[in-house]
Design a protein around this ligand. Sequence first.
Ligand code: ZN
Ligand code: ZN
Length: 366
Amino acid sequence: MVIFYVLLLIHLYNLIFKISFMKALVYHGPAKQSWEEKPQPVIKESTDAIVKITKTTICGTDLHIMKGDVPTVTDGRILGHEGVGIIEEAGSGVANFKKGDHVLISCITSCGKCEYCKKGMYSHCINGGWILGNMIDGTQAEYVRIPHADNSLYHIPEDTDEEALVMLSDILPTGFECGVLNGKIQPGDSVAIVGAGPIGLAALLTAQFYTPAQIIMIDVDDNRLQVAKTFGATNIINSNKEDAIENVMKLTAGKGVDTAIEAVGIPATFELCQSVIAPGGCIANIGVHGKSVELHLETLWSRNITITTRLVDTVTTPMLFKNVQSGKLDAKKLITHHFKLEQIIEAYKTFGNAAEEKALKVILEA
Ligand code: ZN
Ligand code: ZN
């Protein structure tokens, strides 16, 4: 009887305050997650929009979070920072979007007004940055609240293949901005990309805008290396089976590469980049590093090397969008698996077992 009254009270409360519920993937501490009911997000600031998710995906960063590596993500957080959807409601201060618009969600939320946004460094927006699925609830849900909607969403024209666009939320701009742009790739250059996961492959695809003569892909997974070959790598090296440094030197007439892109995030791969960089070369780091790395200044001090770091700013998203839409950039190649959104726990298992499952990016459809 008591339970009956409690349920009745909850029901009345929900009716009065019009709380609706949705399903979402919720983080409950390391290795603990569940697909559960959560209140639907509501507009908090006039510049917010509520987006009904149609397609989302899982990122390598989400796996880091599930290991407990990202302390800003706390118990109860809805994960996810990538996806496409339809505007359910736009706040009164949102000028560019209205209910029913199809939108691409950027992994970086930015106000467009602060000092860093004015410099194009959206990732360091003092009112945003990478907050989705981190400091605020994310996209692995039926609905998500997007702050600063005008600057953090992109219109999707009618008759667009929206599945391919999910690759534009994070991995394509990350591979391009942190790897290719920071690596200053020029026509005729030699490039080594260390790590053939989705981000390394996104760097491989977008590096080809600049027609480098050589792109050498280095990884420990033969399947991913074969995929890299079909994506345009000129050479592949399995660093578990052969000496990566020796082979890169052989392929570059003993000089090393003009650009080395680090797309793993462990000391060994960053050190490999230092060992294969040619004089005047550029080491562009993409990897998320959890440990300090040895910097070999005793050999690099005289070699005119540049080392760059960056968080993706998503300032190139509109340009990449056009190239995906025209078919020049075949983003769909990165998608290997499809699931329904409610199968997300299974999708995490598949993505977490990427080598055995031969998984790159998974698409979750609502
Ligand atoms: Zn991501
Ligand atoms: Zn800002």
